[in-house]
Design a protein around this ligand. Structure first.
Ligand SMILES: [Zn+2]
Length: 266
């Protein structure tokens, strides 16, 4: 037996005993870039939780965990609208998502009430009225034919493209909202307050499906305690990743012409 063959006999068992290759990241077809927006920041502290922690800190921790979770499970890019405790304007957050060419915008907030009893998770999409107002504004704006509208011949054609993008984003936002609401409730076992429509500023003008998820009530003693705990934040982060993956499947199927109903189990 030559030394080379002998060496192979030594190496082979070692190769067979080698630890299994880590699970491969899921390759997403539609969702190539996600912008996660931790609400508030800097002087804008958000709600003061029952246990004395500010909303701005809770949502930044959850957003950071969600980015890690999405990046470890998928090949999608994730950007945060703020990486640290700084103030960012609401319009700047949407602009950031639009300019990044994001496929989804997920804004994370905590709810709050004067009463200690309200609890649970709810997800918001832009109201239809607000969407119409945004469309109305487009007719009075000069939309530069660049970026996503680069193919438009002039600024009025670019405005039409922008309006179409906002309408299709609005429709898909409902799918994202219902998938995400279901995922967060399933992972956290929190009360399901459902999906609602509001004229939310941070979603106005978004050219991709955008939602605001209120991950719990900072004013509720138990939820406030949970929201500041690593293990609970981790569950919310996992739910956000679950939702991104599920949304991608639904969107990819819709593109290929296969219709999948969005049920609570998604
Ligand atoms: Zn908030």
């Amino acid at each position: 037996m030559s030394t080379r063959v002998f060496a192979l006999f030594l190496i082979l068992p070692a190769l067979l005993l080698a630890p299994p290759v880590l699970a491969q990241k899921q390759s997403l077809d539609v969702v190539r870039k996600v912008v996660i927006d931790p609400g508030h920041g800097g002087d804008n502290k958000g709600a003061l939780a029952y246990n004395g922690v500010y909303e701005k800190d809770i949502v930044l921790q959850i957003a950071t965990k969600a980015r890690k979770e999405i990046q470890s499970r998928t090949d999608s890019d994730v950007l945060l609208t703020r990486e640290d405790d700084r103030s960012v304007g609401l319009k700047d957050r949407v602009t950031m998502a639009n300019e990044a060419g994001a496929d989804l915008l997920i804004s994370i907030h905590c709810n709050s009430s004067f009463s200690l009893t309200p609890q649970g998770v709810e997800t918001y999409v832009l109201s239809e009225q607000a969407l119409k107002e945004e469309s109305g504004k487009l007719s009075r704006q000069v939309v530069q034919p660049r970026g996503l509208y680069a193919s438009a011949a002039d600024s009025s054609a670019a405005a039409v493209v922008k309006e179409m993008l906002q309408y299709s984003a609005f429709r898909d936002a409902h799918t994202l909202a219902s998938v995400l609401q279901g995922a967060v409730v399933r992972r956290t076992k929190a009360m399901d307050r459902g999906v609602k429509e509001l004229p939310i500023v941070v979603l106005r003008g978004a050219e991709m499906p955008g939602i605001v998820v209120e991950v719990g009530f900072a004013s509720h003693p138990l939820e406030a305690e949970q929201l500041t705990k690593d293990w609970y934040q981790e569950r919310i982060a996992q739910a956000i990743a679950d939702a991104v993956i599920r949304y991608d499947q639904i969107a990819a199927q819709a593109r290929s012409g296969v219709r999948t109903p969005v049920s609570k189990s998604n």
